[in-house]
Design a protein around this ligand. Structure first.
Ligand SMILES: [Zn+2]
Length: 389
């Protein structure tokens, strides 16, 4: 309860002021101030004695007396919420809002607090109503829109989320394109799940209109096309991802391979793989290509291909696959292959730290007895495990 002690501050100020008034020669009696502080002492006493509900009773009555104490009540309510005592916070804030003596700013603040209480306790419908009210308040509208977005995301109210994001962007200038695209994608996924294909297709188009870099929308468009066995449309959608964000290409290589195989254009797919491998690298296209080589040519050719690629970009997944190949035809492991494998482990280990601080996580290639980062002694040790000792 020690954090409640700061609430004594206004009381101390009031009694200080009272004492000053009394000692001055022009003493005027100020009974209301005196009553206020004595009631405050009573309330604080309850707080300090871990009787918060009695304290709330006192404070709630106080507010009838004087609306100057609004800020203290707001602070008290916020404190209860922070401590996880949301029901108490709600009681205080509901009582505040019921007062007719609040000015517009005080009311807005109290509504904001109560909305947060409701949000915190999962009463999202009530929180929504209050946050909508706050979107009319210039001071809190940006915050209110953000919280509304949070509420709608939790409740999967994607259409409302779209409208709210647009409103937020309008007043704050925030870029909400990708956010809106995700909301439309959520709608599309829901519709697809319910078998509402046309609706799903429409939502995907809206997502792409909102954000033409939406990888998720392209992936969904591809899936929807596959639902209809429209391979060409699926290929078009999946390949668009290259222009949107090539780092996601690995996600669509498997379905793309299937599509190309189904329409009998594996050569075209191979060219595509070679192209993205050259341009962007990536282990997935490399392994798929290696597998295709394995099917068409010899395992040795596939292994050579992997080794060549791994020289350019060492990777554990690639190494693992190479070992699989080597194990599948043990008779053919050549000294040359072993040299290449050795070369690769060397490359993989080249940039790995050897020592790690167990206190702060600092890593390096030199053994320091005192960690250069956290200055602890004897915390740096050789790294253990698969990539270490
Ligand atoms: Zn350290």
């Amino acid at each position: 309860m020690i954090e409640f002690l700061w609430l004594l501050l206004p009381v101390a100020a009031a009694s200080g002021w009272f004492a000053a008034q009394r000692s001055s020669s022009h003493f005027e009696s100020t009974p209301s101030t005196f009553n206020l502080s004595s009631d405050y002492f009573k309330g604080l006493n309850y707080l300090l004695n871990e009787q918060p509900d009695k304290a709330i009773d006192v404070f709630v009555k106080l507010i009838d007396v004087d609306s100057d104490t609004v800020e203290t009540h707001l602070a008290l309510g916020a404190l209860f919420r922070r401590r996880g005592e949301v029901d108490r916070a709600i009681r205080i804030h509901q009582n505040l809002i019921a007062r007719t003596t609040l000015n517009a700013q005080q009311r807005a603040l109290a509504v904001l607090e109560l909305a947060q209480d409701y949000q915190r306790s999962g009463l999202l419908d009530r929180a929504e109503i209050l946050f909508i009210e706050l979107t009319q308040s210039i001071d809190y509208q940006v915050y209110a829109y953000r919280q509304l977005l949070d509420v709608y995301q939790q409740e999967h109210e994607w259409e409302k989320a779209v409208q709210t994001a647009k409103a937020l962007s309008k007043i704050s200038g925030e870029n909400v394109k990708s956010l809106i695209a995700h909301y439309y994608c959520e709608m599309a996924e829901m519709a697809r799940h319910q078998g509402l294909r046309d609706q799903a297709v429409q939502s995907v188009q809206k997502a792409l209109t909102a954000d033409n870099h939406s990888v998720r929308a392209s992936m969904l468009e591809g899936k929807l096309a596959l639902d209809e066995c429209d391979k060409k449309q699926a290929i078009k959608a999946f390949r668009r991802i290259e222009r949107q964000d090539a780092t996601y290409l690995s996600e669509v290589i498997a379905p793309l391979k299937q599509c190309y195989q189904d329409i009998g254009k594996e050569d075209e797919f191979k060219k595509f793989l070679q192209y993205i491998l050259e341009r962007y690298g990536g282990i997935t296209p490399m392994l798929v290509l290696a597998n295709m080589l394995q099917d068409e040519a010899t395992e040795e050719q596939a292994a050579d291909f992997i080794v060549k690629q791994l020289h350019k970009r060492p990777s554990v997944r690639g190494l693992d696959h190479l070992l699989d190949l080597a194990l599948s035809h043990t008779g053919n492991i050549t000294y040359e292959h072993l040299l290449l494998l050795k070369d690769m482990t060397k490359q993989l280990l080249k940039n790995k730290p050897v020592y790690k601080c167990h206190h702060c996580g600092f890593t390096g290639k030199t053994l320091h007895w005192q960690c250069p980062s956290c200055k602890q002694w004897n915390t740096i040790k050789p790294i253990q495990g698969i990539e270490g000792e």
